[in-house]
Design a protein around this ligand. Sequence first.
Ligand code: SAM
Length: 266
Amino acid sequence: MDDQQFRQLLNCFALSWDGYRKVRKGVKKRVRRHMQQLGCRTMQAYLSALNQNKEARQHCEYLLTVSISRFFRVQDFWQALENKILPTIIKENRHRVKVWSAGCACGEEVYSLKILWDMLGGRFQRLPELEIWATDMNPAYLNKARTGIYPRSSLKEIPEALRKIYFRPQAKGRFYAVCDPLKKQVVWRVHNLFFDPPGRDFQLVFLRNSLLTYYQDELKEPAFQKVLDSLAQGGFLIIGSHEKIPPGARGLLLFGHHPYIFQKEA
Ligand SMILES: C[S@@+](CC[C@H](N)C(=O)[O-])C[C@H]1O[C@@H](n2cnc3c(N)ncnc32)[C@H](O)[C@@H]1O
């Protein structure tokens, strides 16, 4: 499959070439295998099979998702979260804090937050109840997230002292399992960002490296608006460090000097 044929496939799902350029090798490999399984020798034949077969189309859509993530991805952000954002949210929401991790992949971002939250327990007399909605369109990723077992490479940004507290080594240290208490109070749900959010009034929404990276512009704006609507007034929205919010988006203020942290206007 050459790049032109791959672009044809991306276009069929309104996915963006820019988002896939760096990861296309691995994605193409998965798609090629699917083409073979369906007996399609050309992209034309594959596209027409996807048009006629809903299940095959759905499977292809899953194959096109990219789950690359790791614990505490972008250290600067997690420091801002620990030192500024979470303390602000906690002071203003004494009873309950609602968080949505949209496009959570295999849960690395969610468990990173749970670790920070647990650590904040030592700084605050009493923490509010934490309710996390962790959603992704790919159910296979959510199953991995529920299991909570990760290759060592996903943990490379976690200091050893923390790794010892929150993870158990498996298979001679090639994999690590998150400890059971971190798994509590997380609702893992299949959800597509083009549909209504799983809740409202979230104080914190993670929308990192999903909608804004992998989709073509015309799809981004309406889905982004739905995400904005789910934020509480004064709530925080986090996007990927290389992403930009759609030009039509209103009602967001940049938070501090981080170009990927926003606060919804009160
Ligand atoms: C690269 S991972 C990002 C994981 C994590 N947010 C991070 O930044 O480390 C992108 C995730 O977005 C999910 N995704 C892509 N399109 C989606 C959609 N329309 N609805 C929900 N999830 C989607 C993919 O399945 C994948 O798990």
